[in-house]
Design a protein around this ligand. Sequence first.
Ligand SMILES: [Zn+2]
Ligand SMILES: [Zn+2]
Length: 141
Amino acid sequence: MTIRGYCLCKKTTWAYEGDATWGCYCHCDDCRRNCAAPVVAWLGVPLKNFRWTGAAPKTLESSKGVFRHFCAHCGSPMGFEADHYKGGMHLYAASLEDPTKFEPTFHVNYQSKLPWLAMEDGLPKYDSTLLHAPEDLRSGP
Ligand SMILES: [Zn+2]
Ligand SMILES: [Zn+2]
């Protein structure tokens, strides 16, 4: 089964085969500012199952070894790769063709959650400085 996603202007698109490895919310300040959103919902897919299918995204190395992909035309954040997560592509759940299908199962960097954001969902909440998916959670809880 092919899952697809796209940016605001629909020029930059992606697809992956199979299942996402994990889905979570990240409350870190970098993700928040990158998306200008109070929290960012992520899913992880194996890089070997992933491909860009439209215009090539631009890439910003936002900190050493951390690469954030975005649409070259409309600027929408589109993906995340990092040297410390080799072989994985992190995608924004809100970019999914059908974002209602996303199933987050945990929060990371919860210590940075904005005080006015209510997230009473009963999911595990980790105070982690690891971006997005602590190694021991990547195969799923
Ligand atoms: Zn775009
Ligand atoms: Zn983050």
